[in-house]
Design a protein around this ligand. Structure first.
Ligand code: GTQ
Length: 396
């Protein structure tokens, strides 16, 4: 029975708080051999002989690894972590100086979770990184099985106030071409505006460029870690740096969700009642395709609004997420561990860590996240603590 494999949600949270936020499952020792001491005395030599003979037939004893194979709770290797924009941004700009465009098909600083083993991952299923394209550069066209989300942080239209820029060598000499950064997807070249979400669907040609006067920086989100266990991911390179594309307007493109649209919805939803007063402290909305479906089959995304000084309801889910601070300051509490954040920071929330965001007093906080929910739901693995676990049984 599926429901008996995991302890109840209540049991799980108790055992977590006892170990002060560190899940006991991470350190659970292997169980002793199921052979009793008495039998073991008798059969020691025979047992050892058996076990040492097994590699010759490419087999191994399950009973010695049962607990590791069937852990008592979801068991991610990644841990809560915050990447501070103020710390990473100068390194990324330095990479922009010392790593030429030809050397890096994509100039990205990956967000490597401190608990991650190879391959690098931000959470066990999600990869995130900051990508930089300098004025005049093109990140060459390719397409791959993995999908990507881009959340734009700085653009030539909206550079960071502290940005120091050299003389612009922008390539946008043609007046018809907007002097912006862009990502091209299939045959459309889409200008990137601050805090846009842009989706690069599976197997679509894409290249990135910058016709503005200052760097563009965005948060990449990809489902690449999943392919470590399902190694069907691969890339195809286009013969030319750019795939032939036409200028497109953001509004006419289903792959782009402008932030203004998302924020307007969140602000409206926060009002709740008809009197126009703010009545909801925490509201969130998932990004969808024009059809209403999740943005991709593996990765999904949402935006959230937290009123100043407010907290989101605590949640423990089997999905993992990478959050990005659009505006405001505050902290995220994950199983008792508190990580502070401010605008531009990025936060890893591993699977089955109870998370709760708290905004500082004084300013509304807005957060973006991408997550693995569409993939987990499709596989039947999505679960939230407190839900009826019996409903998870597949009895058909
Ligand atoms: O922009 O196509 O961060 O292929 C990693 C792999 C970005 C991209 C990444 C990629 C891309």
């Amino acid at each position: 029975m599926a429901s008996s494999l995991l302890p109840s949600a209540a049991t799980l949270s108790k055992s977590k708080s006892k170990s002060n936020g560190t899940s006991a499952i991470h350190t659970a020792p292997s169980p002793p051999s199921t052979i009793s001491d008495h039998d073991h005395d008798h059969n020691n030599d025979a047992y050892d002989a058996l076990v040492s003979s097994l590699p010759s037939t490419a087999t191994a004893p399950l009973w010695e690894q049962m607990a590791a194979m069937n852990p008592r709770a979801p068991n991610p290797s990644s841990v809560p972590h915050v990447w501070r924009y103020a710390a990473v941004r100068p390194q990324l700009l330095e990479a922009g100086r010392v790593v030429p465009e030809e050397k890096a098909e994509r100039r990205v600083l990956m967000f490597v979770n401190p608990g991650s083993k190879w391959p690098p991952h931000t959470t066990d299923t999600l990869y995130a990184g900051l990508q930089l394209v300098n004025p005049g550069e093109v990140a060459a066209a390719h397409r791959h099985v993995a999908v990507a989300t881009r959340f734009v942080i700085e653009t030539p239209d909206a550079p960071s106030p502290s940005l120091e820029i050299g003389a612009a060598e922008g390539e946008g000499k043609d007046d018809a071409e907007p002097q912006t950064a862009f990502t091209a997807i299939q045959r459309r070249r889409i200008p990137m505006a601050r805090h846009d979400l842009i989706v690069t669907p599976r197997w679509t040609w894409h290249d990135h460029g910058n016709r503005g006067a200052s760097p563009v920086i965005w948060l990449d989100g990809l489902d690449i870690p999943v392919f470590h266990r399902v190694p069907v991911h691969f890339v195809e390179h286009f013969a030319l740096p750019r795939y032939p594309a036409k200028e497109a307007r953001r509004e006419e493109c289903g792959w782009v969700v402008p932030w203004a649209r998302m924020q307007a919805w969140l602000d409206e939803e926060a009002k709740g009642g008809s009197d126009g007063n703010e009545t909801r402290d925490y509201v969130e909305r998932r990004y969808t395709k024009p059809s209403g479906a999740e943005i991709t089959a593996t990765l999904g995304a949402l935006a959230a609004r937290l009123a100043a000084g407010a907290a989101s309801p605590p949640k423990r889910e089997t999905g993992s997420a990478v959050w990005h601070v659009v505006a405001g300051r505050g902290q995220t509490v994950m199983d008792g561990e508190t990580l502070r954040w401010e605008e531009g920071d990025t936060i890893a929330v591993p699977a089955w860590r109870e998370w709760r965001h708290v905004a500082d007093a004084g300013a509304t906080a807005y957060l973006f996240r991408f997550d693995d929910l569409p993939m987990l739901r499709a596989l039947g693995w999505y679960r939230v603590e407190g839900e009826d676990v019996e409903a998870l049984a597949d009895e058909e």
